[in-house]
Design a protein around this ligand. Structure first.
Ligand SMILES: [Zn+2]
Length: 194
């Protein structure tokens, strides 16, 4: 009897400890299926995988504050990229709404359409909104930090990665002065990207 009780106690302790062994850095990511994405017309892998750069963008669209609304906006951004721009898919690897959620774009390991000289060797992450006009919310910035941490943990980004804004690659205001000034203070920001 005492033996059985000891076993029960052991099992209880294991069950309590189990979540400690489950990796917890990765945040929830709203999948393409969840936001009802259209299938890409084609796709190819990154040339450099895992990539060495994170390129940060803003969408220059309205903001979205609820998950339901962000899903609709994701559809709209994908439509513009595929039907107006003629791209094979939504341009970015991931997007982040003001609901604090991360939305799967092309996903990890896929060649992007967001910054010509980095498309084959970066993770392109777009924060939804216009950060030339107002600052990103703390929940969006937190989601960006978590997505980068998760990418490192999952070996989807090299450890010694470089963080840059789109404006460092070409003549654009993207990712907007408020967001750019923020990421400039982060570790791994590279003032002189190659
Ligand atoms: Zn951009």
């Amino acid at each position: 009897m005492a033996f059985e009780l000891a076993n029960v106690a052991h099992i209880a302790v294991l069950m309590i400890m189990l979540p400690c062994f489950v990796r917890t850095t990765c945040p929830n990511i709203i999948s393409r299926q969840e936001w009802n994405a259209a299938a890409p017309s084609s796709s190819k892998s990154l040339r450099e995988n895992p990539p060495s750069y994170v390129v940060v963008h803003h969408s220059v669209t309205r903001m979205c504050n609820t998950t339901e609304d962000c899903k609709l906006l994701m559809k709209s951004i994908q439509n513009t990229h595929m039907n107006t721009n003629g791209w094979e898919d939504i341009g970015y690897n991931f997007l982040i709404g003001n609901d604090g959620n991360i939305y799967e774009g092309r996903g990890w390991g896929i060649h992007g359409a967001h910054a010509i000289s980095y498309n084959a060797r970066s993770l392109g992450i777009c924060l939804i909104g216009n950060f030339e006009e107002y600052p990103p919310s703390e929940s969006q910035l937190q989601a960006l930090r978590e997505l980068i941490a998760c990418s490192l943990e999952e070996n989807k980004l090299i450890e010694d990665y470089n963080l840059i804004g789109h404006n460092q690659e070409s003549a654009t205001l993207c990712p907007g002065k408020y967001l750019y000034n923020e990421i400039k203070t982060w570790s791994h920001f590279n003032n002189n990207p190659k």
